[in-house]
Design a protein around this ligand. Sequence first.
Ligand code: PLP
Length: 393
Amino acid sequence: MKTVYLDNNATTMVAREVVEEMLPYLGEYYGNPSSMHTFGGQVAHKVAEARLKIASLLGADPEEIIITSCGTESDNTAILSALANNPSKNHIITSRVEHPAVKVLCEGLARKGYRVTFIPVDPEGRLDMDEYAASLTPDTAIVSIMWANNETGVIFPVETAARLARERGILFHTDAVQAIGKIPVNMKGNTIDMLSLSGHKLHAPKGVGVLYVRKGTKFSPFLIGGHQEKGRRGGTENVPSIIALGKACELAAANLDKENTYVRELRDRLERGLLTAIPQCKVNGTKDERLPNTLNISFEFIEGESILLLMDQFGICASSGSACTSGSLQPSHVLRAMGVPYTMAHGSVRFSLSVYNTAEDVDLVIKELPPIIEKLRVLSPYWATPQGACATA
Ligand code: PLP
């Protein structure tokens, strides 16, 4: 059975060209880039080349790129560095819909005594910019707001938010893990101080990420050790993965137009097909400011997990908007922050596409999903009639 992979916000296939680029550095070129000899030097040269490619995708200078182990490390490092460099400031601003890499860290910092403001979103998933502007205070050490949401794909106006922060002398970090490679990003044209990205979301392997730190920004390392990354992150470089990330960034730059034409058309075709064929379903997240690859859709009165299990029988891979915590299914914090009713939030599924998907993939979902939904609704105690009248139970 063919796998129809529509879960690219969870992770992506490592591109063939990326595998080819990294393989020699798992094999014959195993030198340490810090070594003095030519054998290590040629590896250092290749790492420098990769750094240039990463910087180029971001419109950044290579010295502004710190290579990390993942998006989570980048997010943690940015926030903790800002706090370390502003010891007199006790306030953090973030949003209610961040990835756990920011959300859980900020919740922990709140328990340690920091004042944390979680900016709300509206029912379309858009950030409340009035509340954001009003929450910037002289004791704010750092703002950390994601560029695009991983569950709904909603894009936040982070460049405007960063400008407002800059006007008040406040550091601004963005988790751009889902944005990079999907929408254009040019760090020369904004005032964002720090930005996180993750390799495995853009067709590089898992276990490599980047923290962009704007030149002149005070920085405290998270991993303390050797002189690697100009003393900003100790630890011998993950050479094959860095080289892979460089190649993936080069491919991402070349594919950016395709993301916004080909991938967007496929996503829209899927959205239209499902909305037409299935009653009582709704898209989560504004249409206008959404990543071109993401469709989060709720099917009323059923569980997202059941939908995933039945789609799996056709080789279709997607994600649900619930997380199984301590035996009970909790609807996602993102959908709850948007005020999506429980009966809808439980039945949400996220489809996320990539340039490697085809119209055939999308058409398989449009064909197989409507009967799956119908079957599950017949079993649901809340779905009493084929017209969708809700049972009183
Ligand atoms: N931030 C966002 C928005 C994400 O979607 C993810 C991964 O799903 C992360 C951070 C964490 O990235 P990593 O898996 O590289 O730690």
